[in-house]
Design a protein around this ligand. Structure first.
Ligand code: AMP
Length: 548
């Protein structure tokens, strides 16, 4: 028997419409590329989104057309999100930190018809436009006064495009499975793969994140600063979640260093901020330097890479809660959050810390299982580790126009293979042990590169650490630790190994430690281990030499 409720489609436009009506005074603050602070409300944002939607329509952009962006976190980028999806087009965010060849590949693969670009990235577009024949219009995201002379034929000015158009619109009714946005994963091998989100998946994902609004400080009394970029997995859904919960959005623009973030957070009384660990290293260094914290900052959400214990402890020392999250582009992206229940998740501070170091519990509407090499499910006992598989209405069902990658991504029952190895404990906390391709297989045992990196980061002389597997004649693989020393630090190899020996089992200690000025990161701030593996391809571990 079917239920008798209205079959109304879930549409992305409804999120902003709701914000405009219910949280109309809620603020959207942006530090712009041009350098000033721009402010308006959700109500005003809705008006400009309508103007942009009309402009897109008049330029022949409609259902299914891909509308690309190369832009920082700011109010105009936010407007494109809603205007493009609202009219049934697809908002395709592109990561400007990718190699230019990858940008060209992505634009052509997606067949983008319009490209919106921040002034910063105009030179990049000028140099690549000849290789992107699908792009009919380039829109420079600025006003007439800032519009520089450009070599691009027929470049349009964003503010001119909006000027004089109606600030109201009746959104078309769309099938809720219509594509709303597109984001390519910056895979370390092969071409990037497109994840095509639907209106339904986007709204459901926003609601599931929003269920945690009080715990992660996203209520209407909060002000959240997404350091996570709008150009990568929708800034972890903040542009969709904040409008419905009413939290103010504070966009940082292009300046993401510790001092600039501190100043903006402090001035705008930001209560919560989301970002990857590398960003927080910068902010913490600045807090140490000033011996102060941004005035209202109470909560940090950290994800994208594992969070070292030292980072959680340092934030807590400033009365800032650090919440660990895990997710993937393919999951819209939030898969789990480390929200601690006081009645259940540890009696002592040490027990609670053990939970905080895990990647948290699954989100509502995300099912999880771990499986062994034969695909058989493993127990959720916190001990057994295997590949983590997920499914849910906001998990991808296949990559855009990429059958080979799609076939490889699912098990026989349609679960998505994350490529992460995890344990799941009886309370539901997952622990990401490693990426399948990064784990070190030593004499039949697994050594987690993440464990080693996090332990090394606890040493005061270590600013950043990476661990890769190197070949070993006896053990198959053994770990090499690469360390970026903290400013002014002098610790040597023996000192670091002695420190690690107090934290981890002897057989999993690194066989060697080398020092580097910096480590390579991917366009989304993760350690780029493929590059490190290439860099150290010829390196022979001292233990390997001895055994020869
Ligand atoms: P992306 O699709 O670029 O967001 O990358 C997703 C991958 O990042 C996951 O499959 C994990 O390997 C890694 N990742 C994300 N969050 C965490 C975390 N909190 N701890 C460890 N790895 C993470």
């Amino acid at each position: 028997m079917r239920g008798l409720m209205m079959d109304r489609p879930l549409q992305v436009s409804a999120l902003l419409d709701y914000a405009a009506e219910v949280h109309g005074a809620g603020a959207v603050v942006s530090r712009t590329v041009e350098g000033c602070i721009h402010r308006y409300t959700y109500r005003e944002a809705r008006g400009r989104v309508a103007q942009l939607a009309h402009a897109l329509g008049e330029h022949g952009i409609g259902r299914g057309d891909r509308v690309a962006t190369l832009a920082w976190n700011g109010y105009r980028h936010f407007e494109i999100y809603y205007a493009a999806s609202g009219i049934g087009a697809v908002c395709h965010t592109i990561n400007p930190r990718l190699f230019p060849d990858q940008v060209v590949y992505i634009v052509n693969h997606a067949a983008d018809r319009v490209l919106f670009v921040d002034l910063t990235f105009l030179p990049l577009v000028e140099s690549l436009i000849g290789r992107m024949p699908c792009v009919e219009h380039v829109v420079v995201m600025t006003d007439a006064a800032q519009m520089r002379g450009t070599a691009l034929p027929n470049a349009l000015c964003y503010e001119d495009l909006l000027a004089g158009r109606p600030a109201a619109i009746d959104w078309p009714e769309l099938d809720e499975n219509t594509a709303a946005s597109l984001c390519y994963t910056s895979g370390t091998t092969g071409n990037p793969k497109g994840v095509l989100y639907s209106h339904r998946s986007t709204v459901l994902h926003a609601l599931s994140v929003g269920l945690n609004a009080a715990s992660v400080r996203l209520t209407h009394a909060d002000r959240v600063l997404p350091v996570v970029p709008l150009f990568h997995v929708n800034a972890w859904a903040l542009p969709y979640v904040a409008p419905v919960t009413g939290a103010a959005l504070v966009f940082p623009g292009p300046k993401l260093d510790g001092a600039s973030l501190f100043d903006l957070m402090d001035a705008e009384r930001v209560t919560a901020s989301w970002g990857v660990p590398t960003v927080w290293l910068g902010l913490l260094a600045e807090m140490r330097r000033r011996n102060a914290k941004p005035a209202a900052l109470a909560s940090i959400l950290v994800g994208g890479s594992a969070v070292p214990r030292a980072m959680i402890e340092e934030f807590e020392g400033w009365q800032i809660e650090a919440i660990h999250g895990w997710g993937m582009t393919e999951m819209s992206p939030v898969g789990s959050l480390g929200i601690i229940r006081k009645d259940q998740d540890g009696k002592t501070p040490e027990e609670r810390m053990a939970r905080k170091l895990k990647q948290g519990r699954r989100m509502f509407m995300v099912d999880m299982k771990i499986v062994g090499p034969d695909g058989a499910p493993l127990p959720k006992d916190g001990i057994a580790s295997g590949e983590l598989l997920v499914r849910g209405p906001a998990v991808t069902g296949g990559y855009y126009e990429n059958d080979d990658a799609s076939r490889a991504a699912f098990d026989g029952e349609g679960w998505f293979r994350t490529g992460d190895i995890a344990t799941i404990d009886p309370d539901g906390f997952i622990l990401i042990v490693d990426r399948i391709k990064d784990i070190i297989k030593s004499g039949g045992e697994w050594i987690s590169s993440i464990d080693l990196e996090n332990a090394a980061m606890g040493h005061p002389a270590v600013a950043e650490a990476a661990v890769i597997a190197l070949p070993h004649p006896k053990w198959g693989e053994r770990p090499l630790l690469i360390v970026v020393p903290a400013v002014g630090a002098t610790a040597g190899k023996d000192d670091i190994i002695a420190f690690l020996a107090t934290k981890i089992a002897k057989w999993s200690l690194p066989d060697d430690v080398v020092f580097a000025e910096s480590l390579p990161h991917t366009a989304t701030g993760k350690l780029q281990k493929s590059e490190l593996r290439e860099q150290f391809a010829g390196y022979v571990l001292p233990t390997a030499r001895k055994d020869r």
